[in-house]
Write a protein that binds this ligand. Sequence first.
Ligand code: AHR
Length: 658
Amino acid sequence: MKPRIICLFSAALLLAACSRPENVFSIDTAAEGIPVQKTMYGLFYEDINFAADGGLYAEKVMNRSFEYDNPLQGWKTFGKVDVRDDGPFGRCPHYVRLSYAGHPARITGLENSGWFGIGVREGEKYRFSVWARTAGRESSERLAIFLCSPNTGEDVQMFGGAEIEVDSPMWKKYEVVLDSMRTESRAVLRIVLEGSDDFHSTSAVDLEHVSLFPGETFNGDPNGMRKDIAQALADIHPGLLRFPGGCIVEGNVLENRYQWKNSVGPVENRPLNLNRWSYCTFERLFPDYYQSYGIGFYELFRFAEEIGAEPLPVISCGMACQFQNDPAWPVNAPLDELQPYIQDALDLVEFANGPVDSKWGKVRADMGHPAPFGLKYLAIGNEQWGKAYPERLERFVAALRAKYPEIQLVGSSGPYLGGEWFDENWAEMRRLGCDLVDEHFYAPERFFEENADRYDDYPREGPKVFAGEYACHGTEGHKYNHFNAALVEAAFMTGLERNADVVTMSSYAPLLAHTDGWQWRPDLVWFDNLRVMRSESYWVQYLYSNNKGTRVLPLSMEGRPVAGKEGQNGLYASCVVDDATGEFIVKVANLSEEARSIRFDFGGKKFPVCKRTSLHSDGRYDCNTIDSPDLIVPVETSVNPGRDVLGAKTFAVYRFTE
Ligand code: AHR
């Protein structure tokens, strides 16, 4: 019965195709084509929306080193708990002392509820660790560790218990594995001072850097990343990883700019930084949003390497966020005080690529990676504009060119996709000889619909384009992830691909968002404490990156590129060939309300097989959610290799195989 249905269906399609005007896509298979750079489709990682602590970083304890402005933020204490500040880690000096509560029946301890709770799964193991010492007397003291359910309706609230015997007055790291017997998305971690058999008034234990990690992390790294989130990113097979932002690079003021040197070395001694996204609007205040730097530059370089992406660090150019500061305020590093910033840039290249006997190469080697990371690109400044930017950038460029002429430098075109600041910055980037210019466009649907030809007329000489932050921000109350936003992004991206000789890097932004703690949307991947949701825009990035081929070939309809222009019936298209497999790959977005009949003309070349992977939803504003993450996912079908009817409002990738 089934094949017959398919047969009838195919016949119906064929009939439909015959009755529709045909859109003929001519592909010039003999053309030399444009090489597609490895970096063409990448990821933009920034610690916004709890992307790092509480997100990609697998650590489950918030404020583990008691370094937040309120040292007990995130902690509930009971009995006698005091905060002290002469701990073993100079850049994170705080710790807590747990002492006898004054009566044998009273309990001393503390409890951490992570970020929006602690997510644990039944049957999985969790590595608890703590730096501790006995503080009262010569004997050892016991600590009881538990996971607890906040649900008071349960018979048993505590699970996964274990004990630690703190047996020395010297600071030591203690570790124990907790076996979770339950799945909870909002568990808490409880630590109780049990004392010793003769528990009495002088019992006391000091605790520092309290940590809980899943037994399994991405690639098994003990200071690692959440496996499910990292895997979603890895599945894109991005050719580029830009980090660590974004505005986070700049800081609201220079003091809380991202300083990469604070993010390397032992995690216990990485100083805390306030996250500038902790406050952006009255509506979205997150006073407990800091950066522990647990995922620091070393981890990000490693992650880039593990997922096969070129690392692209962005560093401060000595200017704090211009959106959050009045130009009249003294927020920029004066020119005669810029040297430490420039030195940070030079040292970063040494950290990434330097020999193990160089100062910063040794730091990398001591952390476990003696081989260089092979850094090729460095961006200086994020969304900067005005005279102050090129004045500073010029000095960075001179110093970097002199010492590391092989490193490609990325400058910024400012925060907007066009206009005075954009034009001025572009002119300056050319003058300074930057290799790439970072363009940002968070724009409404229309921009994406109308600008698939944006790069067709860009100069072919001079800096290349890094489309470093972009996303469709839907209008009329639709500024969130939905199918239509993804569809117009897909249409626009045919223009990035067609112009792969000008646009050599791109990345959607932002990348990650916690459903309970976001400051900005739309975002590519959403998560809560246990689950991950890949948005429709994620699938567009996934389809482009996993089908990027090696050379772009000219594809035209009636002699013109297919960019959704008049007479093109709402169609957008681009073509690449994959020289490794010999496959031809055509990407088509149909933004119209009607199905379109398409004929593929490869100039006489015939293919026996064609697979179509399409992304579609009947509802324009339909979206995947954390509870229903797979409503809109790519669907693969075999189709007629010569012609197809592509449904209305659909993005499709066709792979033609000989
Ligand atoms: O992606 C979110 C923010 O948008 C980035 O931090 C910034 O560069 C841009 O304004």
